[in-house]
Design a protein around this ligand. Structure first.
Ligand code: 6PG
Length: 255
């Protein structure tokens, strides 16, 4: 079990700036990966999109962190994906692939991306659920598997992955993956749902920037309102939830 000292209680760690936060995240990534490989022979990780994790990805793809992991035993997944081609600037797959994965000694079979090229988007979401199920050798219509690590970001509106406020996916209780209409962005987004995210052994939020301070306070300290602040849906069943937050983003948390 990778859970920390008290798996039911989130831990909140502050860092002076994004660089030191990203280093701390890289150290934790390596620790969780090595523990997973010892316990289960491989490391299954869900990558986040957005700009915050880019620093982490660059750090992991270069020494010293690069040399700390047997990358041939890592299985890469994504927490969400935009409905754009994989070579589009907005693609979360492209972000992680260019910043990290293409520099690592790993096989294409270890990279489990959304097949955004499938024109029927609900079918593409079901396809991704099937991909996850195959990797864990589970039936695709049963209980979701437990990822070793899920990386998440936080939007200034309180969204995480592509679980946006007042959207259908926030209420999903059964499916692991959905294509979520996001009217406020005039688009649809593929996203993992709370049932599968919350099965993870370790969930790590990476949040930087003063523009996130209000959302950080609302999600961590405010009353529960998961429709308005979907990041509050993230409550691991038995795993460890950790927030790595830089000082500007933590400025409303108080003592
Ligand atoms: C995405 C992410 C999204 C992101 C937050 C924070 O596809 O954009 O999955 O949930 O983590 O929007 O993004 P930043 O890290 O860029 O602030």
């Amino acid at each position: 079990m990778d859970a920390g000292p008290n798996p039911s209680k989130p831990s909140v760690e502050q860092y002076p700036d994004p660089d030191r936060l990203s280093r701390a995240a890289a150290q934790r990534f390596v620790r969780i990966a090595r523990r997973a490989m010892t316990d289960r022979g491989r490391f299954t990780v869900v990558l986040s999109g957005g700009s915050t994790p880019r620093r982490l990805y660059f750090l992991l793809a270069a020494p010293p962190f690069r040399n700390e992991i047997d990358w041939s035993r890592v299985e890469f997944f994504w927490g969400d994906e935009r409905t754009v081609p994989i070579d589009h600037a907005d693609s979360n797959f492209r972000l992680a692939y260019k910043a990290m994965i293409e520099k690592l000694p790993c096989a294409q079979t270890q990279i489990h991306r959304y097949r955004v090229e499938i024109p029927d988007r609900p079918a593409a979401a079901r396809d991704y659920q099937g991909e996850i199920a195959r990797c864990f050798q589970l039936p695709a219509d049963g209980e979701p598997p437990a990822f070793d690590l899920v990386l998440l970001g936080l939007g200034s509106d309180g969204h995480t992955a592509s679980l946006f406020p007042h959207t259908e996916a926030t209420g999903e209780k059964r499916r692991w993956v959905v294509c979520n209409p996001v009217p406020q962005l005039k688009t649809e987004r593929f996203t993992l749902t709370a049932p599968i995210l919350n099965r993870a052994r370790n969930i790590l939020f990476l949040v930087t920037g003063a523009d996130k301070a209000a959302a950080v306070h609302a999600v961590i300290k405010g009353p529960t309102d998961t429709e308005r602040f979907p990041a509050q849906l993230i409550r691991p069943v038995t795993g460890q939830l950790t927030w790595l937050i830089d000082e500007p983003a933590a400025s409303r948390l108080g003592g």
